[in-house]
Design a protein around this ligand. Structure first.
Ligand code: FPP
Ligand code: MG
Length: 325
Protein backbone atom coordinates (compact mmCIF):
# COMPACT_ATOMS: atom_id res chain seq x y z
CA UNK A 1 0.00 0.00 0.00
CA UNK A 2 1.41 3.43 -0.91
CA UNK A 3 1.58 6.42 1.45
CA UNK A 4 -1.06 8.01 -0.78
CA UNK A 5 -3.51 5.28 0.19
CA UNK A 6 -2.64 5.30 3.88
CA UNK A 7 -3.02 8.94 4.93
CA UNK A 8 -6.50 10.32 5.52
CA UNK A 9 -5.78 13.77 4.09
CA UNK A 10 -5.60 12.37 0.55
CA UNK A 11 -9.22 11.17 0.65
CA UNK A 12 -10.88 14.54 -0.08
CA UNK A 13 -8.92 15.02 -3.29
CA UNK A 14 -8.66 11.42 -4.44
CA UNK A 15 -10.21 12.05 -7.86
CA UNK A 16 -7.98 15.04 -8.58
CA UNK A 17 -4.93 13.02 -7.53
CA UNK A 18 -5.95 10.10 -9.76
CA UNK A 19 -6.22 12.50 -12.72
CA UNK A 20 -2.84 14.01 -11.88
CA UNK A 21 -1.19 10.56 -11.62
CA UNK A 22 -2.70 9.60 -14.97
CA UNK A 23 -1.26 12.76 -16.54
CA UNK A 24 2.15 12.21 -14.96
CA UNK A 25 2.30 8.68 -16.38
CA UNK A 26 1.69 10.33 -19.77
CA UNK A 27 4.36 13.04 -19.54
CA UNK A 28 6.79 11.25 -21.85
CA UNK A 29 4.27 10.23 -24.49
CA UNK A 30 5.37 11.15 -28.02
CA UNK A 31 8.65 12.62 -26.77
CA UNK A 32 12.22 11.47 -27.46
CA UNK A 33 12.51 7.78 -26.41
CA UNK A 34 15.16 8.55 -23.79
CA UNK A 35 12.97 11.22 -22.21
CA UNK A 36 9.95 8.88 -22.42
CA UNK A 37 11.95 6.16 -20.61
CA UNK A 38 13.25 8.59 -17.98
CA UNK A 39 9.74 10.00 -17.39
CA UNK A 40 8.35 6.47 -17.01
CA UNK A 41 11.17 5.74 -14.55
CA UNK A 42 10.49 8.94 -12.55
CA UNK A 43 6.71 8.75 -12.41
CA UNK A 44 6.53 4.98 -11.98
CA UNK A 45 6.99 5.70 -8.26
CA UNK A 46 5.37 9.10 -7.83
CA UNK A 47 6.35 9.80 -4.19
CA UNK A 48 4.18 11.44 -1.58
CA UNK A 49 2.48 13.92 -3.93
CA UNK A 50 2.20 16.38 -1.03
CA UNK A 51 2.53 19.44 -3.23
CA UNK A 52 -0.32 18.55 -5.63
CA UNK A 53 -2.44 17.55 -2.63
CA UNK A 54 -1.88 21.05 -1.24
CA UNK A 55 -2.87 22.56 -4.60
CA UNK A 56 -6.14 20.60 -4.67
CA UNK A 57 -7.02 21.34 -1.04
CA UNK A 58 -6.15 25.06 -1.25
CA UNK A 59 -8.25 25.45 -4.41
CA UNK A 60 -11.31 24.37 -2.40
CA UNK A 61 -11.21 27.67 -0.48
CA UNK A 62 -12.31 29.65 -3.53
CA UNK A 63 -15.72 29.73 -5.18
CA UNK A 64 -14.40 28.00 -8.20
CA UNK A 65 -11.93 27.37 -10.90
CA UNK A 66 -12.45 24.68 -13.49
CA UNK A 67 -10.98 21.48 -12.15
CA UNK A 68 -8.81 21.03 -15.28
CA UNK A 69 -7.12 24.37 -14.60
CA UNK A 70 -6.30 23.37 -11.03
CA UNK A 71 -4.86 20.06 -12.26
CA UNK A 72 -2.75 22.08 -14.76
CA UNK A 73 -1.27 24.07 -11.86
CA UNK A 74 -0.73 20.94 -9.76
CA UNK A 75 1.02 19.19 -12.65
CA UNK A 76 3.09 22.24 -13.51
CA UNK A 77 4.38 22.61 -9.94
CA UNK A 78 4.98 18.86 -9.54
CA UNK A 79 7.04 18.94 -12.75
CA UNK A 80 9.02 21.95 -11.46
CA UNK A 81 9.65 19.95 -8.27
CA UNK A 82 10.69 16.81 -10.18
CA UNK A 83 12.93 18.81 -12.55
CA UNK A 84 14.64 20.44 -9.59
CA UNK A 85 15.26 17.03 -7.95
CA UNK A 86 16.66 15.55 -11.18
CA UNK A 87 19.07 18.49 -11.39
CA UNK A 88 19.81 18.37 -7.65
CA UNK A 89 20.76 14.70 -7.93
CA UNK A 90 23.36 15.65 -10.56
CA UNK A 91 24.71 18.38 -8.26
CA UNK A 92 24.83 15.91 -5.33
CA UNK A 93 26.07 12.93 -7.42
CA UNK A 94 23.21 11.03 -5.73
CA UNK A 95 22.54 7.44 -6.75
CA UNK A 96 19.25 6.88 -4.95
CA UNK A 97 16.03 8.82 -4.35
CA UNK A 98 12.81 7.35 -2.95
CA UNK A 99 14.63 4.00 -2.96
CA UNK A 100 14.87 4.23 -6.74
CA UNK A 101 18.09 4.85 -8.72
CA UNK A 102 18.34 8.48 -9.89
CA UNK A 103 18.25 9.46 -13.57
CA UNK A 104 21.95 10.33 -13.43
CA UNK A 105 22.68 6.86 -12.00
CA UNK A 106 20.58 4.92 -14.55
CA UNK A 107 21.66 7.02 -17.54
CA UNK A 108 24.30 9.71 -16.89
CA UNK A 109 24.67 13.38 -15.88
CA UNK A 110 24.22 14.70 -19.43
CA UNK A 111 20.95 12.81 -19.90
CA UNK A 112 19.72 13.89 -16.45
CA UNK A 113 20.51 17.53 -17.24
CA UNK A 114 18.42 17.45 -20.40
CA UNK A 115 15.62 15.38 -18.83
CA UNK A 116 15.38 18.07 -16.11
CA UNK A 117 15.26 20.80 -18.79
CA UNK A 118 12.55 18.89 -20.64
CA UNK A 119 10.44 18.53 -17.47
CA UNK A 120 10.89 22.18 -16.67
CA UNK A 121 9.79 23.19 -20.20
CA UNK A 122 6.71 20.95 -19.82
CA UNK A 123 5.97 22.64 -16.52
CA UNK A 124 6.18 26.05 -18.08
CA UNK A 125 4.04 25.03 -21.08
CA UNK A 126 1.30 24.09 -18.62
CA UNK A 127 1.71 27.27 -16.57
CA UNK A 128 1.66 29.47 -19.67
CA UNK A 129 -1.98 28.68 -20.42
CA UNK A 130 -3.26 29.29 -16.88
CA UNK A 131 -5.98 31.94 -16.93
CA UNK A 132 -4.28 34.31 -14.45
CA UNK A 133 -1.00 36.07 -15.33
CA UNK A 134 -0.18 36.54 -11.63
CA UNK A 135 -0.18 32.74 -11.15
CA UNK A 136 2.00 32.26 -14.25
CA UNK A 137 4.42 34.81 -12.80
CA UNK A 138 4.29 33.00 -9.46
CA UNK A 139 5.45 29.75 -11.10
CA UNK A 140 8.39 31.59 -12.72
CA UNK A 141 9.27 33.34 -9.44
CA UNK A 142 9.22 30.00 -7.65
CA UNK A 143 11.80 28.67 -10.10
CA UNK A 144 13.96 31.77 -9.44
CA UNK A 145 13.69 31.03 -5.71
CA UNK A 146 14.65 27.35 -6.17
CA UNK A 147 17.67 28.38 -8.24
CA UNK A 148 18.66 31.07 -5.69
CA UNK A 149 18.44 28.52 -2.87
CA UNK A 150 20.42 25.90 -4.78
CA UNK A 151 23.06 28.41 -5.89
CA UNK A 152 23.46 29.56 -2.30
CA UNK A 153 24.27 25.94 -1.44
CA UNK A 154 26.65 25.22 -4.28
CA UNK A 155 28.36 28.57 -4.84
CA UNK A 156 29.02 29.91 -1.36
CA UNK A 157 32.37 29.77 0.43
CA UNK A 158 32.28 26.83 2.88
CA UNK A 159 31.29 28.37 6.24
CA UNK A 160 28.91 27.64 9.08
CA UNK A 161 25.78 29.72 8.38
CA UNK A 162 23.81 31.45 11.11
CA UNK A 163 20.37 30.05 11.87
CA UNK A 164 18.88 33.04 9.98
CA UNK A 165 21.01 32.33 6.88
CA UNK A 166 20.02 28.67 6.98
CA UNK A 167 16.32 29.59 7.24
CA UNK A 168 16.65 32.01 4.33
CA UNK A 169 18.21 29.26 2.18
CA UNK A 170 15.54 26.66 2.94
CA UNK A 171 12.77 29.19 2.46
CA UNK A 172 14.10 29.69 -1.08
CA UNK A 173 14.84 26.10 -2.01
CA UNK A 174 11.86 24.38 -0.36
CA UNK A 175 9.25 26.59 1.27
CA UNK A 176 8.77 28.82 -1.79
CA UNK A 177 7.33 25.86 -3.70
CA UNK A 178 4.97 24.88 -0.85
CA UNK A 179 3.78 28.50 -0.64
CA UNK A 180 3.25 28.65 -4.42
CA UNK A 181 1.13 25.47 -4.34
CA UNK A 182 -1.19 26.87 -1.68
CA UNK A 183 -1.28 30.50 -2.76
CA UNK A 184 -1.38 29.84 -6.51
CA UNK A 185 -4.29 27.41 -6.18
CA UNK A 186 -6.24 29.82 -3.96
CA UNK A 187 -5.65 32.65 -6.45
CA UNK A 188 -6.76 30.49 -9.38
CA UNK A 189 -9.91 29.55 -7.49
CA UNK A 190 -10.74 33.23 -6.75
CA UNK A 191 -10.43 32.82 -2.98
CA UNK A 192 -10.77 35.91 -0.76
CA UNK A 193 -7.47 37.85 -0.51
CA UNK A 194 -7.16 37.14 3.25
CA UNK A 195 -7.62 33.43 2.59
CA UNK A 196 -5.00 33.53 -0.19
CA UNK A 197 -2.60 35.19 2.29
CA UNK A 198 -3.40 32.67 5.04
CA UNK A 199 -2.78 29.75 2.67
CA UNK A 200 0.50 31.33 1.51
CA UNK A 201 1.63 31.70 5.13
CA UNK A 202 0.59 28.11 5.88
CA UNK A 203 2.57 26.88 2.83
CA UNK A 204 5.73 28.74 3.83
CA UNK A 205 5.63 27.47 7.44
CA UNK A 206 4.82 23.90 6.42
CA UNK A 207 7.67 24.03 3.86
CA UNK A 208 10.16 25.21 6.50
CA UNK A 209 8.98 22.47 8.86
CA UNK A 210 9.36 19.93 6.01
CA UNK A 211 12.96 20.90 5.18
CA UNK A 212 14.14 21.02 8.81
CA UNK A 213 12.62 17.55 9.32
CA UNK A 214 14.36 16.41 6.11
CA UNK A 215 17.68 17.69 7.45
CA UNK A 216 17.10 15.90 10.77
CA UNK A 217 16.21 12.64 8.99
CA UNK A 218 19.39 12.90 6.94
CA UNK A 219 21.27 12.48 10.22
CA UNK A 220 19.09 9.96 12.04
CA UNK A 221 17.20 7.98 9.38
CA UNK A 222 18.05 4.51 8.15
CA UNK A 223 18.80 4.53 4.41
CA UNK A 224 16.27 1.76 3.84
CA UNK A 225 13.33 3.72 5.32
CA UNK A 226 14.59 7.08 4.04
CA UNK A 227 14.91 5.91 0.44
CA UNK A 228 18.18 7.79 -0.01
CA UNK A 229 21.63 7.62 1.52
CA UNK A 230 22.00 8.77 5.13
CA UNK A 231 24.52 11.41 6.18
CA UNK A 232 24.67 12.89 2.69
CA UNK A 233 24.62 16.50 3.86
CA UNK A 234 27.49 15.82 6.21
CA UNK A 235 29.46 13.89 3.58
CA UNK A 236 29.11 16.90 1.28
CA UNK A 237 30.05 19.42 3.98
CA UNK A 238 26.58 20.95 3.70
CA UNK A 239 25.72 22.49 7.08
CA UNK A 240 22.11 22.04 8.24
CA UNK A 241 20.23 23.22 11.33
CA UNK A 242 21.08 20.29 13.68
CA UNK A 243 24.75 20.84 12.79
CA UNK A 244 24.51 24.60 13.41
CA UNK A 245 23.03 23.88 16.85
CA UNK A 246 25.65 21.18 17.57
CA UNK A 247 28.42 23.70 16.84
CA UNK A 248 26.75 26.27 19.12
CA UNK A 249 26.61 23.70 21.94
CA UNK A 250 30.19 22.44 21.54
CA UNK A 251 33.01 23.60 23.84
CA UNK A 252 35.24 23.85 20.74
CA UNK A 253 32.64 24.91 18.18
CA UNK A 254 35.21 26.18 15.67
CA UNK A 255 36.91 22.77 15.48
CA UNK A 256 33.59 20.95 15.10
CA UNK A 257 32.53 23.42 12.38
CA UNK A 258 35.66 22.78 10.32
CA UNK A 259 35.20 19.01 10.65
CA UNK A 260 31.57 19.38 9.46
CA UNK A 261 32.60 21.57 6.52
CA UNK A 262 35.45 19.28 5.39
CA UNK A 263 34.83 17.56 2.07
CA UNK A 264 37.10 14.54 2.40
CA UNK A 265 35.54 12.64 5.31
CA UNK A 266 36.17 8.93 5.57
CA UNK A 267 33.42 6.56 6.81
CA UNK A 268 34.86 6.54 10.35
CA UNK A 269 34.93 10.34 10.62
CA UNK A 270 31.36 10.44 9.25
CA UNK A 271 30.15 7.98 11.90
CA UNK A 272 31.98 9.90 14.62
CA UNK A 273 30.54 13.25 13.50
CA UNK A 274 27.00 11.86 13.33
CA UNK A 275 27.43 10.54 16.89
CA UNK A 276 28.79 13.93 18.08
CA UNK A 277 25.87 15.80 16.51
CA UNK A 278 23.35 13.30 17.92
CA UNK A 279 24.72 13.66 21.45
CA UNK A 280 24.89 17.49 21.27
CA UNK A 281 21.15 18.05 21.59
CA UNK A 282 21.21 19.63 18.10
CA UNK A 283 18.72 17.10 16.73
CA UNK A 284 16.18 17.79 19.50
CA UNK A 285 16.60 21.56 19.12
CA UNK A 286 16.11 21.33 15.34
CA UNK A 287 13.03 19.16 15.88
CA UNK A 288 11.67 21.84 18.24
CA UNK A 289 12.26 24.47 15.54
CA UNK A 290 10.36 22.30 13.02
CA UNK A 291 7.58 21.95 15.60
CA UNK A 292 7.45 25.76 15.97
CA UNK A 293 7.00 26.20 12.20
CA UNK A 294 4.36 23.46 12.28
CA UNK A 295 2.55 25.44 14.98
CA UNK A 296 2.78 28.63 12.89
CA UNK A 297 1.26 26.72 9.96
CA UNK A 298 -1.62 25.55 12.15
CA UNK A 299 -2.12 29.11 13.44
CA UNK A 300 -2.42 30.38 9.84
CA UNK A 301 -5.25 27.89 9.31
CA UNK A 302 -7.30 29.72 11.97
CA UNK A 303 -7.76 32.48 9.39
CA UNK A 304 -9.59 30.06 7.07
CA UNK A 305 -13.21 28.91 7.24
CA UNK A 306 -13.81 25.69 9.17
CA UNK A 307 -14.07 23.01 6.47
CA UNK A 308 -12.91 19.40 6.05
CA UNK A 309 -10.17 20.74 3.76
CA UNK A 310 -8.82 22.84 6.64
CA UNK A 311 -8.65 19.71 8.80
CA UNK A 312 -6.81 17.91 5.98
CA UNK A 313 -4.26 20.75 5.84
CA UNK A 314 -3.78 20.36 9.60
CA UNK A 315 -3.17 16.62 9.12
CA UNK A 316 -0.62 17.35 6.39
CA UNK A 317 1.29 19.65 8.75
CA UNK A 318 1.28 16.86 11.39
CA UNK A 319 2.38 14.26 8.82
CA UNK A 320 5.25 16.44 7.59
CA UNK A 321 6.56 16.78 11.13
CA UNK A 322 6.23 13.12 12.07
CA UNK A 323 7.23 11.43 8.83
CA UNK A 324 10.17 9.02 8.79
CA UNK A 325 11.10 9.69 5.16
C1 FPP B 1 16.65 19.20 -2.81
O1 FPP B 1 17.20 19.62 -1.61
C2 FPP B 1 16.73 20.31 -3.84
C3 FPP B 1 15.85 21.33 -3.97
C4 FPP B 1 14.70 21.42 -3.06
C5 FPP B 1 15.98 22.42 -4.98
C6 FPP B 1 16.89 22.14 -6.16
C7 FPP B 1 16.86 23.27 -7.13
C8 FPP B 1 17.54 23.31 -8.28
C9 FPP B 1 18.46 22.21 -8.72
C10 FPP B 1 17.37 24.50 -9.17
C11 FPP B 1 16.92 24.12 -10.56
C12 FPP B 1 15.45 24.11 -10.70
C13 FPP B 1 14.74 23.71 -11.83
C14 FPP B 1 13.26 23.83 -11.84
C15 FPP B 1 15.38 23.15 -13.05
P1 FPP B 1 18.19 18.70 -0.75
O2 FPP B 1 19.42 18.44 -1.55
O3 FPP B 1 18.36 19.35 0.57
O4 FPP B 1 17.30 17.42 -0.52
P2 FPP B 1 17.57 15.91 -0.90
O5 FPP B 1 18.28 15.35 0.27
O6 FPP B 1 16.18 15.32 -1.07
O7 FPP B 1 18.37 15.88 -2.14
MG1 MG C 1 20.02 16.87 -2.64
Amino acid sequence: MTIAQRQRFYALVENDLAELERRLRDVGRGAHPTFAAAAAHLFGSPGKLLRPTLVFLAARFGPGARSGVIVDLAESLELVHTASLVHDDIVDSADLRRNVPTVNAVWNDDVALIVGDYLFAKAYALAAVLPKPEVIAMVAHTVFALCDGELTEVASVPAMPSEAQYLERIELKTASLYAACCQGAALLADAEPEHVAALGAYGTSVGLSFQITDDVLDLIGGSESLGKEVGRDLAEGMPTLPMIYAVEADADGAALASRILALDKGPEELRDLIATIRSSGGIERARARAQAFHDEAIAALDRLPDRPEREALREIADFILRRQR
